[in-house]
Design a protein around this ligand. Structure first.
Ligand code: 0RA
Length: 681
C-alpha cells in the first residue's frame, strides 16, 4: 500500500522555508507557553505526525514512551514510535539534504506545502517536528525504510551529521526521541496522567489505531534497541488504547456513568465539499449536555463553525421529524436548548485549510465547516430517525419534556419577583445581621425608621438578634399593586435578608431567622406598615406564617415611674393595674406626653413628689437602647405575639381596603381604626 505512494511523494515535495533561530528566540510564538502546557505540547507535535501517518492508513500502531534521564540533572526524554512508511531519507534535489533532515530542521516543512502530495484523507503531516527539535538539547530521528535503518541526531535543532544508514532493517517506521531544553522550560517534569488522557482522546479520533503510553522513568536505563518499548516486558506503568468504534466509543465512554434513553448510538462519517464530517451522539437521562468538538483532531474548547452547523441541523431535523410524526396540533417548535438537554455528542471535522478564531485553537473559524457539518449530519440524522423509530420516540419525548420545563421556568421567571432579581444579591447594607449562622437561634427585628433602627441596634444581643430598618415611605405607594411593592428596595431587602426566595423558588428551609419580628410603632403609620407586611407574608411567604416563624413585637405603651420604681404597661388596663399596685391613682399622675423631656427633668419631678410619672411611647425610636432591650427585645422579659393565619388573612382584607381604589372606604377605615390599630392586629 505504501510503495505506490512513496514514488509520488518523496523529498522533492518538502519545501524549505526557514531556519530555527526564531523558535529558540521566541518559543511562546510557536508553542504558546514554556510552562507545563508548552512542555507537553512538544509531545503532541511529534505524536501528531505519527497520528497523521496512521490516519492516512499507513500506520496502525503508535507508542509514546517517557524515558529515564541520561544523567543527573537532566530531564526525562520522550520517544514516539510509529509503524508508518518512515520519513523519506533520500536527498532533496534543491537543498541537497535529505527529507528527514528538512522535516527535522526546517520551519514549516511538511507535506502541507508540497501541494499535490497532500490529501485530507492521506494525512496532514504536521509542521511541528522542527519546533520540537529546536527546543530540545538532544533529539534523534530513526527511520526504518526500504530495508535500511537510518539515524540522524541533533543538538538544539542542528544536525550532528548527515543522515546515516546504520544497518539493514526488515521493519518500517519512524522513531523520534527528544530531551527538552531546561534553559527553555523552567519545569521539565512530564505528567503521566496528562499524557494518558491526551492519548486516550486521540485514540477515539483515529479509530482502529493502537496507541500506547509507557512510563519508563522508573526503569533505570532501558534497552533502546527495542522498536516498541512495550515489548521489552518492563514492569512500568503503561496504557494502551484501541477503539474500533472511534467517536462512537468516545460517546459510550462519556456516558459510562449515565443512563442512556435509547440503545443505539448515532454515528456518521461523511465527506461534503471536501470537508470530512464525523459525528456520534446519544441522549441520556440528564438535563445538561456534553458537546465536544474537534477540528483536524485538535480539541476545540470553544466550539466554532462546526458546532454552529451541528446545532442548527439538530434543531431543524428534530422539529421536522416531530411535526411529521406527531398527532397533536401543537405547532410549538423545539428551541436549540430544548434539543440539547441530555445530549452527548462529539463533532469532528477535518479540512484542508483550517482557520481558528483568535490565537489559540479553541474555536474553529473555517466557514465551510458550518454548511458541511449541517448538511452531512442533518441528512444522516434524519435517516437515523426514520430507521430507528424507538430511538426517535425517546429523543422527541426528551425534547418535549425540555420544552415543557422551559415554559414552566419562563412562567416562574415572569412571576412577581424573578429569581435573577434576588440571585447573587448580597445582604442589604441596612441589615445589622446577627453573629450566629444558626437560623434556629436567630431573630430579625423589622423596625420602622432610622431612629428605632439606631437604638435597637445598640440595645440588641448581637449574637442572635439582627435588625432590619424599613423606611415608612414604603406605604406611600397607595393604590400601587402589591407586586409593584415587591419591586421596591425596602421589600427586596427584606426578602433577601430572609433568604427563602419567592414564588416558585420559595424554600422555607433556607429561612435565615426562625423568628421574624415585626416591631413597628404604635401609631397609624406603624399600623399601616404592619398591615402591609402581614399581607405580604400572607400572599407570598405563607410558609413563614405556617411554620410559626412570624411574630409581632409588643413594645410597652406606657412607662410608669414612681420614686425609683419603673414599670411598663402594654395597654390601658395594664397601666391601671400598675398604678393600683403602686398605690397611686391615675388622677395623681402627671402624664408625660412630651417625648423630648430629658431623663434629668423626669428624675427631678419624680424625686420631689410621690406623684407617678407616666410616659406614653409613640414609637420605638423614643426608647433608649436599654429600655428597648428590657421591654421589647430581651427574650426573658419581652412579649411577642405569634402571627396566625387568621391574623394575616384579616390584615390581607384590611390591606385591600387601605390600598384599594375605594377611597371613601379607606378614609372611614383609617379614622375608625386609628386608635385600635395600635395593638389589635
Ligand atoms: C513525508 C512523506 C512520507 C511520510 C512521512 C512524511 C512521514 C512522516 C512522519 C512523521 C512521523 N512519522 C512519520 N511517518 C511518515 C511519505 C513517504 C512515502 O511516500 O513513502
Amino acid at each position: 500500500m505504501a510503495s505506490k505512494n512513496s514514488s509520488s511523494y518523496g523529498a522533492e515535495q518538502i519545501q524549505v522555508l526557514e531556519g530555527l533561530e526564531p523558535v529558540r528566540k521566541r518559543p511562546g510564538m510557536y508553542i504558546g507557553t514554556t510552562g507545563p502546557d508548552g512542555l507537553h505540547h512538544l509531545i503532541w507535535e511529534i505524536f501528531d505526525n505519527s497520528r497523521d501517518e496512521a490516519m492516512g492508513g499507513h500506520a496502525n500502531d503508535i507508542e509514546v514512551t517517557i524515558l529515564p534521564p541520561l544523567g543527573p540533572n537532566r530531564p526525562a526524554r520522550i520517544r514516539v514510535a510509529d509503524n508508518g512508511r518512515g520519513i523519506p531519507v533520500d536527498t532533496h534535489k534543491a537543498t541537497k539534504v535529505s527529507a528527514l533532515e528538512t522535516i527535522m530542521t526546517t520551519l514549516h516543512a511538511g507535506g502541507k506545502f508540497g501541494g499535490e502530495g497532500y490529501k485530507v484523507s492521506g494525512g496532514l503531516h504536521g509542521v511541528g517536528a522542527s519546533v520540537v527539535n529546536a527546543l530540545s538539547t538532544h533529539a534523534k530521528a530513526e527511520v526504518h525504510r526500504d530495508g535500511g535503518y537510518y539515524v540522524q541526531e541533533y543538538e538544539r535543532g542542528k544536525p550532528r551529521a548527515k543522515v546515516k544508514r546504520v544497518g539493514p532493517s526488515d521493519w518500517r517506521g519512524t522513531i523520534v526521541t527528544f530531551e527538552p531544553d531546561p534553559t527553555i522550560f523552567p519545569i521539565t517534569e512530564f505528567e503521566w496522567n496528562r499524557i494518558v488522557a491526551h492519548l486516550r482522546q486521540q485514540a477515539y479520533l483515529v479509530k482502529g489505531v493502537r496507541i500506547s503510553a509507557i512510563d519508563a522513568r522508573t526503569a533505570g536505563v532501558v534497552d533502546e534497541d527495542g522498536l516498541y518499548m512495550r515489548d521489552l516486558g518492563l514492569r512500568v506503568p503503561s496504557a494502551t488504547f484501541y477503539f474500533e468504534g472511534g467517536l462512537k466509543s468516545l460517546v459510550a465512554y462519556t456516558n459510562r456513568f449515565q443512563k442512556p434513553i435509547h440503545d443505539s448510538i448515532f454515528y456518521i462519517d461523511r465527506e461534503v465539499d471536501g470537508v470530512m464530517v464525523e459525528v456520534a451522539l446519544q441522549y441520556v437521562d440528564d438535563i445538561s449536555s456534553r458537546l465536544t468538538a474537534f477540528a483536524n483532531n485538535t480539541y476545540n474548547a470553544e466550539g466554532g463553525t462546526h458546532i454552529t452547523g451541528f446545532k442548527t441541523a439538530l434543531t431543524r431535523t428534530l422539529n421536522t421529524y416531530a411535526k411529521k410524526n406527531s398527532s397533536s396540533k401543537d405547532d410549538e417548535s423545539f428551541t436549540g436548548d430544548d434539543v440539547l438537554e441530555g445530549l452527548t455528542a462529539i463533532v469532528s471535522v477535518k479540512l484542508r485549510e483550517i482557520q481558528f478564531e483568535g490565537q489559540t485553537k479553541a474555536k474553529l473559524g473555517s466557514v465551510e465547516a458550518q454548511g458541511a457539518t449541517a448538511t452531512a449530519f442533518g441528512e444522516a440524522f434524519a435517516e437515523f430517525l426514520e430507521e430507528h423509530p424507538d430511538e426517535a420516540r425517546a429523543i422527541i419525548g426528551k425534547a418535549y419534556l425540555a420544552m415543557k420545563a422551559r415554559k414552566a421556568a419562563k412562567a416562574a421567571k415572569d412571576s412577581i419577583l424573578r429569581k435573577g432579581a434576588l440571585d447573587g444579591m448580597t445582604l442589604p447594607g441596612k441589615l445589622a445581621d446577627c453573629q450566629t449562622k444558626d437560623a434556629s437561634e436567630s431573630e430579625v427585628f423589622i423596625v420602622e425608621g432610622d431612629s428605632a433602627g439606631g437604638s435597637s441596634k445598640q440595645g440588641r444581643d448581637r449574637r442572635t438578634q439582627a435588625i432590619l430598618p424599613l423606611r415608612g415611605k414604603i406605604l406611600n405607594v397607595e393604590r400601587a399593586r402589591l407586586d409593584k411593592m415587591l419591586a421596591s428596595n425596602e421589600i427586596r431587602n427584606l426578602v433577601i435578608a430572609m433568604g427563602t426566595g419567592i414564588g416558585d423558588l420559595f424554600d422555607i428551609s433556607k429561612l435565615r431567622y426562625h423568628k421574624i419580628i415585626i416591631a413597628t410603632d404604635a401609631d397609624v403609620d406603624g399600623a399601616h406598615i404592619r398591615t402591609l407586611l402581614l399581607t405580604l407574608f400572607y400572599r407570598y411567604f405563607r410558609g413563614v406564617i405556617d411554620g410559626g416563624f412570624l411574630y409581632i413585637a409588643q413594645p410597652p405603651l406606657y412607662k410608669i415611674k414612681v420614686g425609683k420604681e419603673v414599670r411598663y404597661a402594654y395597654d390601658d388596663a395594664g397601666k391601671a393595674a400598675v398604678l393600683t399596685e403602686l398605690g397611686v391613682t391615675a388622677a395623681d399622675a402627671e402624664i408625660q406626653e412630651d417625648a423630648d423631656a430629658t431623663e434629668e427633668d423626669t428624675e427631678a419631678k419624680v424625686t420631689k413628689s410621690r406623684k407617678p410619672h407616666i410616659q406614653r411611647y409613640k414609637g420605638l425610636g423614643e426608647m433608649n437602647p436599654d429600655e428597648l432591650w428590657e421591654t421589647t427585645m430581651d427574650p426573658a422579659r419581652r412579649v411577642l405575639k405569634q402571627v396566625t393565619i387568621d391574623d394575616a388573612s384579616e390584615a390581607d382584607r384590611v390591606f385591600d381596603i387601605l390600598m384599594g381604589t375605594d377611597v371613601p372606604a379607606r378614609k372611614t377605615f383609617i379614622q375608625s381604626n386609628a386608635k385600635s390599630a395600635n395593638i389589635d392586629v
